[in-house]
Design a protein around this ligand. Structure first.
Ligand code: ME8
Length: 517
């Protein structure tokens, strides 16, 4: 029987600059969501990539005295390097300048045109180069600096050109019916409410081609025009699934289960994208989730790092799983969050180094010293043993529910709730004192602790994959027994299994003396 599929995407990033922390955040979160479903037995396709067309790319390239393609090549390589550095498990990396993407973009254009939804007209309006979007006059304002700004706070200019239009206005009722019949289509609910009121206010037809530059996908049949960058950008999600070849192997993944994007581009994904797909007769994605924005709290991260730190420097300095853990645990997914040196150090030292790391190191060292370096024998369980083992097993169901609605921080809270409880258990049972008074009971306590760590480590894999793998190695858990189905008691540690020498997995962050300037 074929497994259930799960298709998840990030936004595709503009490679007009190097990747920043916001890009890293989105990729880490989406990676955790993808890994979770893989560990839960699904057939997963996880896509990320770069959005390489549009006037913004051209302008940056001109400023740097290179071609748009050179700029795209250089920075797309940086985005790919970031995906590696973050241990992202994406199955594909799409670049919108690829041939396969031109084919898909032109195919969806033709399908929309065949449906009667594309017509030629003239366009004049307030255009923001930075947002790659036109705005209505009422959405703009002239500020004290005498410059007109759009709703995202970026400058707009008056642009007039011949343009093809998409009949977005014809989709108002169908979109409202979609939000109504599929309340989960947009998350979190604040984002949903914004979109619903925006659409209720009425939709204007959308200008979807440009003639003032040629850095884009040519409009089929009228090559003087290139497609508006958002038309081709959104299409990336079906390009990677093999569109327009509906017999492609990857087409089984469409419709996508979730598009994970930032809150600033929810409108494009929850209004334009479903309207394009309806017009082209293609199934709609199941969910669009807009996460929050990350802000540096404004303080210095450290003297040696300076204020602006890129994802590479951050990972090098704090450690990859520390960075992943911090963002996923600290920022409620869907809300804005801030980061600072102090917050990263506090969070990772408390949860990873102290709670999980110390518990593993202390219990495994005791096993190495007192149980001959093999998994100890569990005797009869006391209530306290049963309680912690049950809590560890139950964390899977809690995490599953939370992850199904992108509640990444809720899942981690449940898992690290088990870790906190296991620490209380270990302290209360005092296995070191049992060594003399009741060695059999000591073995049961150590077994219970190690087994709890096994369950927790399996559950931690989506978030801190490298460290979770090292913990599972220390417990000699075979590679084929690390899926979520193996959290269950039936796959528990077996007494007598030889264990490797314990090694600390989570180093404590120690403040380094700052070099004097
Ligand atoms: O919007 N915190 O590209 P992009 C969190 N090419 N997320 C952030 C962020 C921050 N400070 N800054 C940006 C685009 N993001 C388009 C997408 S999709 C078909 C086309 C998020 O490079 C942003 O919200 O500006 C978006 O989801 C992603 O990073 C890429 O942003």
């Amino acid at each position: 029987m074929s497994r259930e599929t799960f298709y998840i995407t990030t936004a595709i990033s503009y490679p007009n600059g190097k990747p920043h922390i916001g890009h890293a955040y989105e990729l880490i979160a989406t990676d955790a969501l993808a890994r979770f479903q893989r560990l839960d037995g699904k057939d997963v396709f996880f896509l990320t990539g770069t959005d390489e067309h549009g006037i913004k790319m051209l302008q940056t390239a001109r400023k740097e005295g290179i071609s748009a393609r050179e700029l795209a090549d250089r920075n797309a390589a940086e985005f790919q390097r970031m995906a590696k550095a973050l241990n992202s498990s994406n199955d594909d990396f799409i670049r919108t300048t690829e041939k396969r993407h031109y084919a898909a973009s032109q195919a969806i254009w033709k399908a929309m045109a065949d449906n009667g939804d594309i017509y030629k007209g003239g366009y004049a309006g307030w255009y923001s180069v930075r947002d790659e979007a036109y705005y209505g006059e009422e959405e703009t304002e002239v500020r004290a600096d005498n410059v007109r700004y759009g709703p995202q706070g970026t400058p707009v200019e008056w642009v007039e050109e011949e343009s093809y239009f998409f009949r977005l206005s014809a989709y108002q009722d169908r979109l409202l019916a979609l939000y109504d019949s599929q309340p989960d289509f947009i998350g979190p609910s604040e984002r949903r409410n914004e979109v619903v009121s925006f659409v209720k206010a009425g939709l204007k037809d959308l200008s979807i081609s440009r003639t003032t530059f040629d850095w884009g996908v040519p409009v089929p049949g009228d090559e003087k025009h290139v497609m508006y960058v958002w038309v081709d950008a959104l299409t990336n999600y079906i390009t990677a699934a093999g569109y327009p070849d509906e017999n492609a192997d990857k087409w089984r993944f469409w419709p996508a289960d979730a598009h994970i994007i930032g809150k600033d581009i929810v409108r494009f994904h929850a209004i334009y994208w479903p309207a394009f797909l309806m017009s082209a007769g293609i199934e709609l994605p199941k969910r669009v989730f807009g996460h929050g924005f990350l802000f540096n709290r404004g303080e210095k991260m450290s003297k040696s790092l300076g204020n602006v730190i890129d994802p590479f420097t951050m990972v090098e300095h704090y450690g990859l799983d520390q960075v992943r853990y911090f963002f996923l645990r600290e920022v409620p997914f869907g809300q804005d969050g801030s980061y600072s040196h102090e917050a990263i150090v506090n969070r990772t030292n408390a949860d990873l180094a102290n709670d999980l790391g110390n518990l593993a190191q202390r219990s495994l060292s005791m096993i190495a010293k007192n149980c001959g370096g093999v998994v100890p024998k569990q005797g009869e369980f006391a209530d306290a043993d049963k309680a912690i083992l049950t809590q560890a097993e139950a964390a899977l169901a809690t995490a599953r529910e939370a992850m199904a609605e992108q509640g990444i921080h809720h899942a981690l809270a449940a898992i690290f709730g088990v870790v906190a409880e296991a620490n209380r258990y270990f302290a209360a049972q005092e296995p070191w004192a049992l060594k003399k008074t009741d060695p059999a009971r000591m073995e049961t306590v150590l077994w219970t602790t190690a087994e709890t760590i096994r369950r927790v480590a399996i559950l931690c894999q989506p978030y801190i994959p490298g460290s979770a793998e090292r913990l599972l190695d220390l417990l000699a858990v075979p590679a084929g027994r690390r899926q979520f189905e193996h959290v269950a008691a039936g796959h528990a540690l077996t007494a007598g299994t030889a264990l490797p020498t314990p090694q600390p997995v989570f180093p404590r962050y120690v403040e380094q003396p700052e070099a004097s300037a």
